[in-house]
Design a protein around this ligand. Structure first.
Ligand code: COA
Length: 175
């Protein structure tokens, strides 16, 4: 694997420029900002506030979750974003899952997402979660591959009502 070492850290003021660059790269690529905690529709300050307060104490009807940035240990670049939901509600059990993630378009295909999932599973284990659900759109072959490389066991495919019924592949990882 030819990736630089990454670490998962929670959002902070020091990474403002890197987070804004991450967002800008997705605007250009047009990819879904999965695992970014609504960064696509928030300012950096709004996102940081939500990550700090809202995740631990969700006021918008979702479950508690932890927002992570995957940061290159050598230069502090934000390589990816990831969210770990602490529990599953009905919608997450059906087609959302515990973990959402994305990798900067310039850094794909180097194993970062797979490493991020591995690090996130460590966090989930520490939280006492014993079975993790990870999902992806049926046509997202790269994400399906990441989940399979991470030991995901395919259960079934269900429609995601939040995405107009898009077929969603569901996988479980036992910790
Ligand atoms: C999905 C995503 C996170 C993958 O990130 P990544 O860092 O490139 O992933 P990795 O390098 O760890 O692994 C990607 C794997 O998918 C494979 N892959 C990539 N594109 C593929 C394709 N079109 N068809 C099949 N496999 C593909 C790669 O070859 C690699 O597998 P390998 O190691 O066996 O060669 C990234 O593409 C992304 O951010 N996409 C937009 C957001 C998104 O879709 N998030 C997931 C939501 S469920």
């Amino acid at each position: 694997m030819n990736y630089m070492a990454i670490t998962l850290i929670q959002p902070n003021e020091e990474h403002r420029d890197e987070v804004e660059a991450y967002k800008a790269a997705f605007v250009v690529s047009g990819d879904t900002m999965a695992g970014c905690g609504a960064l696509e529709k928030l300012t950096f300050d709004g996102w940081l506030e939500r990550a700090r307060d809202g995740m631990a104490n969700p006021s918008w009807g979702k479950v508690p979750a932890t927002q992570f940035m995957a940061v290159d240990q050598t230069d502090g670049n934000v390589i990816g974003m990831m969210q770990l939901r602490h529990t599953l509600n009905d919608a997450l059990l059906e087609s959302g899952g515990h973990i959402g993630y994305s990798v900067h378009p310039a850094h794909r295909g180097k194993g970062y997402a797979t490493e991020m999932v591995r690090l996130c599973l460590d966090q989930a284990r520490e939280m006492g979660i014993d079975k993790v659900l990870i999902v992806c759109d049926e046509d997202n072959a790269a994400s399906a591959r990441v989940i399979e490389k991470s030991g995901g066991v395919y259960e079934d495919t269900r429609p995601n009502p939040d995405k107009g019924g898009t077929p969603t592949k569901r996988y479980w990882i036992t910790l």
